[in-house]
Write a protein of this length. Structure first.
Length: 318
């Protein structure tokens, strides 16, 4: 069974039709065949399953051009860039991760937007130099761009880097922070950096860490500390995101509403986990977005599990 079959089987469920219209498993062909359903034709512009023919055959007034400009399908159909140059949002196009550096260099006549390019993951410092360093770049976005390395910063220290954004850059390692003291590392930024580890935090206790950001940082394996009271929601919400969390650890702290905190985690919670522990107060909203769900599971458990049809509409794994 596919998602389209479930939609046809349960058309009267409270689906989020805007989310469904963007779902990668819902094609324009299926939407046209079921035009009696309340599809959101504006949201359709964000659907990554769109093809060049879909766009060409759709009336211009029915397309949300800002949304289409950010659609990841755009990089696969680059002829659309020239065909609809005057309709596309070029800040969104320029920042679209599907737009590669080759595409940018092969089409110098297109109105590329430097604010958008600043967040394009294919951007390089060489490309910035070719286009002019002191133009309208967004240096906060450039500094957090995963294409930028510490070596780039050391090579060009006078550029207007954003130190908070650079400190959170996924390419910045804790070794970089330790061995590059000339860079004014930012405590908030490093606390958000996914390369941060609990060991580094323990070894650098005097550093001005931001503990709220550390608890929110899913890359840090914050240890379970039995002395922290169950009511400390921020702490336990953060622990629930710990990729190393195990059920045996959950059972060590029984007074925390784990079933509400981890219901959406497919590595911890599956349909078997739920059906074997139905006495728990599961967060059905979160579970409806669980990556282990299939259309067959949803269909089989209608009436047993109070599905959140809005969340199911956004579950890209169905």
């Amino acid at each position: 069974m596919e998602l389209s079959d479930l939609i046809l089987q349960e058309p009267d469920k409270p689906w989020d039709w805007s989310a469904l219209s963007q779902h990668p498993q819902v094609t324009m062909e299926f939407m046209n065949e079921t035009s009696h359903l309340p599809w959101d034709w504006v949201s359709m512009s964000a659907n990554p399953s769109l093809t060049e023919d879909d766009v060409m055959e759709t009336p211009e007034f029915a397309i949300q051009w800002d949304t289409l400009s950010a659609n990841p399908m755009l990089g696969s159909y680059q002829s659309l860039l020239t065909t609809f140059e005057d309709l596309l949002n070029w800040e969104e196009v320029s920042g679209n991760p599907s737009i590669t550096l080759d595409c940018i260099q092969d089409n110098p006549g297109l109105p590329w937007d430097r604010h958008g390019l600043s967040r394009n993951p294919h951007l390089t410092l060489d490309q910035i130099r070719r286009m002019g360093v002191w133009g309208d770049w967004d240096w906060k976005e450039v500094s957090r761009n995963p294409s930028i390395y510490v070596e780039d910063v050391l090579e060009s220290p006078t550029y207007p880097w954003d130190w908070n954004a650079l400190s959170s850059n996924t390419n910045v390692t804790m070794s970089d922070a330790k061995f590059c003291p000339t860079i004014p590392w930012d405590g908030d930024g490093l606390s958000s950096n996914p390369n941060l580890t609990w060991t580094v935090i323990e070894q650098s206790a005097s550093f001005p860490w931001n503990w709220v950001k550390i608890y929110e940082n899913t890359g840090v394996n914050v240890p379970i500390i039995p002395g922290v009271p169950p009511g400390y929601d921020l702490y336990w919400s953060r622990i629930a995101k710990n990729p190393r969390l195990q059920w045996r650890e959950i059972n060590c702290v029984p007074n925390v509403s784990w079933e509400c905190l981890v219901a959406g985690r497919g590595d911890l919670v599956t349909i078997d986990t739920v059906t074997s522990n139905m006495e728990r107060a599961w967060n059905w909203n979160a579970f409806s977005e669980n990556c282990t769900l299939t259309v067959e599971i949803v269909s089989r458990c209608i009436g047993t599990i109070p599905w959140d049809w809005n969340r199911l509409s956004r579950n890209s794994h169905l």
